[in-house]
Design a protein. Structure first.
Length: 364
């Protein structure tokens, strides 16, 4: 089973890394040079020396992207990377330091232990995607702040509320367009409010926090949550939290009263919870170079850890699908007959009927 979710990843294509994905051309990696990339992102540096260092890093990443996507074109890996996103001028160490925040072990005992109730009469289908149902907001960007935990928490709250709302009258403060049907209005809630006010603002951009604390912040407000329009996100540009604003009567009454956990490591439970309850807030290991510059495909990386100590990024599962990941490269030829004789030389191999010559990038 593979899952796909919204996150603050560098490319909008990251919304889904599984079902329904359309592969981009593996060598279409975005910008041809550093100047174009810098202009597109409006990136400014403190000094000419810093800019030169950033450009050198960008060029190094560019070479790695080309090498990775060549492997993707050969069907050796199941996803592509690109230079389109805002993290292309960062080394992997800088990316992890600026964007990711490990789970704080001192707070792990605060988590609820009651799992979501499973309905025997509501069996989850083979595949499901809440984005298709017009209840998931567009991809958001945490920017230069370690606030992924608030985005993860808010994503779960948004979908739960938008599902529960169904055909009821949408609150006046909700003006976002959700899902494939752009005429479908929905609620998009404020990550800034959650980040500013959770634990009295203790979870700074440089520290990070826990998604469940963000949910409890909304519970503390009597279930009321500010929308993006009422409380805009600013920390992505400033790198700092702002002053917590007190709850207002015009904030949306979400009905959120708490949270429960899906059993860790239980994939079937995660499938059922996603189908029955909506978007699920999850923690992942996003530390690899592949995730830093991810572009398309099924993210299946041997460097990705699944232990508690590896979790450093909050995202949201919006759906799932079953099947073997299909690499973005061309379909490999069928195997030749077992009696192919001249396998070491291309001319002789291709000259024999039913035999195929395969390029091996590890050998050249």
């Amino acid at each position: 089973m593979r899952f796909f979710g919204t996150s603050v990843a560098p490319d909008d294509a990251t919304r889904c890394s599984g079902i329904g994905m359309q592969w981009v051309t593996p060598l279409l990696i975005g910008f041809a040079n550093f100047a174009e990339w810098q202009q597109h992102h409006g990136r400014q540096y403190a000094s000419p020396a810093d800019e030169a260092t950033a450009e050198a890093t960008w060029r190094s990443n560019h070479a790695q992207v080309l090498a990775h996507n060549a492997r993707a074109a050969n069907g050796e890996v199941s996803y592509t990377v690109s230079m389109r996103g805002p993290f292309a001028d960062l080394t992997n160490a800088q990316y992890r330091e600026k964007i990711l925040r490990p789970v704080r072990r001192s707070r792990q005992l605060d988590m609820a232990t009651q799992p979501p109730q499973k309905s025997a009469s509501n069996t989850a289908p083979t595949s499901w995607n809440w984005y298709d149902h017009g209840v998931v907001t567009p991809v958001k960007d945490q920017g230069n702040c370690g606030s992924c935990w608030s985005f993860s928490a808010v994503a779960a709250i948004e979908t739960a509320f938008n599902i529960a709302l169904k055909n009821s009258t949408l609150p006046q403060a909700c003006r976002t367009q959700c899902g494939k049907n752009t005429t479908k209005a929905c609620c998009s809630f404020s990550e800034q409010q959650v980040a500013d006010c959770t634990l009295s603002g203790a979870d700074l951009c440089t520290i990070g926090g826990e998604p469940h604390d963000g949910v409890l912040n909304v519970v503390k407000n009597g279930g009321r949550a500010a929308t993006e329009l009422q409380y805009p996100y600013t920390s992505g540009k400033t790198g700092k939290l702002s002053s917590c604003k007190k709850p207002s009567t015009d904030w949306v009454a979400t009905g959120v009263s708490g949270y429960v956990n899906v059993t860790s490591g239980d994939e079937d439970a995660l499938v059922q919870a996603t189908y029955e309850h909506g978007t699920i807030s999850v923690g992942i290991d996003a530390s690899s170079f592949g995730f830093q510059l991810y572009s398309s495909g099924v993210y299946n990386d041997s460097d990705c850890g699944n232990k508690l100590k590896n979790l450093d990024h909050g995202v949201a599962v919006v759906g799932y699908g079953k099947g073997n990941p299909t690499p973005p490269g061309p379909t490999p030829p069928p195997p030749g007959p077992s009696d192919c004789k001249d396998n070491h030389y291309k001319a002789e191999c291709t000259g024999e009927k039913g035999c195929f010559w395969c390029h091996d990038t590890y050998i050249s």
